[in-house]
Design a protein. Sequence first.
Length: 341
Amino acid sequence: MRVGVLTGGGDAPGLNCVIRAVVRKGVTEYGFELVGFRDGWKGPLTSSTMPLDIAAVRGILPRGGTILGSSRTNPSKVEGGIETIKTNLADLGVDALVVIGGEDTLGVAARFSAEGISVVGVPKTIDNDLAATDSTFGFDTAVQIATDAIDRLHTTAESHKRVLVLEVMGRHAGWIALSAGMAGGANIILIPETPFDMAQVAEWVDRRFERGYAPIIVIAEGAVPKQGEMVIKDASKDAFGHVRLSGIGDWLARELEERTGHEARTTVLGYVQRGGTPTSRDRVLATRFGIHAVDAVHEGDFGKMVALRGTDIVRVPIADAIAELKTVPPELYAEAATFFG
Ligand code: F6P
């Protein structure tokens, strides 16, 4: 059997662990021949491939990024894109595809599955916002990186008696902000799920200074003030219709300076959260996803995505997996709020 593998969307630490597991088990246990498609859906669209044998995956377990490359190419937006991919897969003799991606990449996988292509999905995103799985790999690494940043910001905030704002990624979900904020002891955490009240944030900041400490605020890039709008960096949309977020951290710092008279600075953590070596937790999760994805291919259980439920890896229909976003529940945010101000 010839099995194609691709990684699409924003990269996440752990992608290489999945690729390695798929190849290692696929070759040694099932005798599959694996072929790597380069740069997400662009690979099958242009028949851009690379050999994926055991030698190709040697030493990649701790490496961030993806040896296959990634892109946000959306074949549904390319004229004749879907048909071209079907033809290319047939010409290359590819019998099945393992698609590693987030909501967008898996959305395309669901479409191919509905059209009879044999696809197995693997969920990936640092944002942790896929509803069908308890967790995605890449998230733990992103949270650890953001937590390390908060630890460092505490000392410089104290030295200068400044408000320090840390803007983190996560798109329209506050998981990274919430988890890193709790782990790093942030004084205020602002997430997209709960629009924030500027007057309340300013009051928390004042209260923190009154007690002789400098406040650290963690804000998710998709957070919105109650009396305002989402700040975007670039209104132009990518192939999946997403605008580029970022900028709310700067907006908040300026607003706080005006309201409280305290100096405020912003750190935008950005792509650092997606780079570098995965944590051991992400390596294990990604490896298990890879093993179970190749098992699904072997069993011919297509149209499914592997997912984490508790400590088990299960299979769910890809279409269900992308049906809704997983956002931070109010009860969890309320727990974090114990430490605000
Ligand atoms: O989905 C992962 C993510 O890093 C988001 O947190 C962020 O908003 C987005 O991707 C950035 O997208 P791009 O890589 O296209 O700039």
